[in-house]
Write a protein that binds this ligand. Structure first.
Ligand code: DGT
Ligand code: CA
Length: 358
């Protein structure tokens, strides 16, 4: 197995919004529940906002109070998950995939990469390149953990946030793990820690050296042995390549417009790029979407399901045009950026090639 990287975006939604809206200073991303103006909770916030005491899951009202009392100008913006999803896919496609094919998308803002190399110096170089490209090309930052397995890589990426790189070589795993608190380890949380304390295990080191029989008695065979393995930094789970769900191409119009003929001029190029990508992946699509980003940088999407899956440039363009026509009829937005998306993807062969099994 090659070296594993865990790439985790820093204050992801907040960084994307800061970049998108050209905001500097503390920023808080909110999920407004809509009941009253400020009801709802904080989704995430920038590190500057965290320094003021604001954090995820906090009621928006409390966050605003903290902001007021700080005397700082804090930016509150609404969450736009679709936009972050696209941002995340773009980073995967444009940067991460340049370094390996084996990428598991673990959540909207974290990825495991299995590198071809077994050399940790090379892996560290790749981590630096990824970090630099993410920053230069996307205007946001990420932290990277480099380790012999997924478990340790994930913990490592958390060590020096934001914009950190932490490399744990095989011979360093033991010491690294013993320096952690138990709940730094993914999957060892509140209740488990309590139970461990009850049987006299109160550190990662103690857990690593504990009697397996004792753990099995307390937690059952599977979980008991797993806990001990985790404390030892052992993990043989594979990086499972996440199948692509959609392919999107977005472009900025030469000038802002709401003229059908002007906007649709970019469709052939977008469609041809999408088809090229689908050919690489040998996938067909069953749904087409139009993506519009207007002059207020609001993003809208309109989708249409097809009767059957195809891989056809003409269909993309045609459906895109219909969706655009509808969009223009129902909205008075002036379009700044426009995109097409092929989704509901499926491998054409329906089954992986034989060499995937050997
Ligand atoms: P980090 O990784 O500590 O630098 O900060 P984030 O903001 O990237 O946090 P992370 O990695 O735990 O979560 C990734 C994104 O998921 C985050 O930007 C917003 C979203 N998220 C996290 N926690 C919550 C939550 O409690 N509610 C909602 N709505 N979204 C959340
Ligand atoms: Ca994150």
């Amino acid at each position: 197995m090659g070296v594993i990287l865990h790439v985790d975006m820093d204050a992801f939604y907040a960084s994307v919004e800061a970049q998108r809206r050209n905001i500097s200073g503390p920023i808080v991303v909110c999920v407004y529940s809509g009941r009253t103006e400020d009801s709802g909770a904080v989704s995430t916030c920038s590190y500057e906002a965290r320094e003021l005491g604001i954090h995820a899951a906090m009621p928006i009202k409390n966050a605003k109070k903290i902001a007021d009392e700080s005397g700082k100008e804090v930016n509150f913006v609404g969450m736009d998950k679709e936009y972050y999803d696209q941002f995340s896919d773009d980073i995967k496609e444009e940067i991460l995939e340049k370094h390996t094919e084996t990428i598991e998308k673990a959540s909207i803002d974290e990825f495991y990469l299995e590198l071809e190399t077994e050399n940790f110096d090379e892996a560290e170089d790749i981590a630096k390149k990824i970090q630099t490209s993410v920053n230069e090309d996307f205007g946001v930052t990420c932290s990277v953990g480099v380790a012999p397995n997924k478990l340790v890589a994930k913990i490592a990426s958390d060590q020096e946030k934001p914009e950190g790189i932490t490399v744990i070589r095989p011979e360093e795993v033991k010491n690294f793990m013993r320096g952690l608190k138990m709940d730094d380890i993914h999957g060892i949380g509140g209740k488990t820690v309590e139970k461990l304390n009850d049987i006299g295990i109160s550190s990662v080191e103690a857990l690593a050296e504990s009697d397996p029989a004792l753990l099995v008695r307390e937690f059952g065979e599977k979980q008991g042995l797993k806990l001990r393995e985790k404390a030892r930094g052992e993990d043989d789970s594979e990086v499972k390549e996440t199948l692509q769900k959609q392919v999107t191409r977005i472009t900025t119009l030469e000038e802002n417009s709401r003229k059908f003929n002007q906007v649709k001029k970019v469709f052939p190029e977008l469609a041809s790029d999408i088809i090229e990508r689908l050919e690489e992946k040998d996938m067909d699509f069953g749904s087409v979407s139009l993506i519009v980003i207007d002059t207020d940088i609001e993003m809208s999407t309109r989708a249409k399901s097809l009767k059957s899956r195809v891989r056809d440039e003409g269909v993309l363009i045609e459906e895109g045009e219909k969706l655009l026509e509808e969009f223009l009829q129902n909205s008075d937005a002036v379009i700044r950026r426009v995109g097409l998306r092929a989704s509901d993807l499926k491998k054409r062969k329906g089954q992986k090639s034989m060499d995937a099994f050997t």
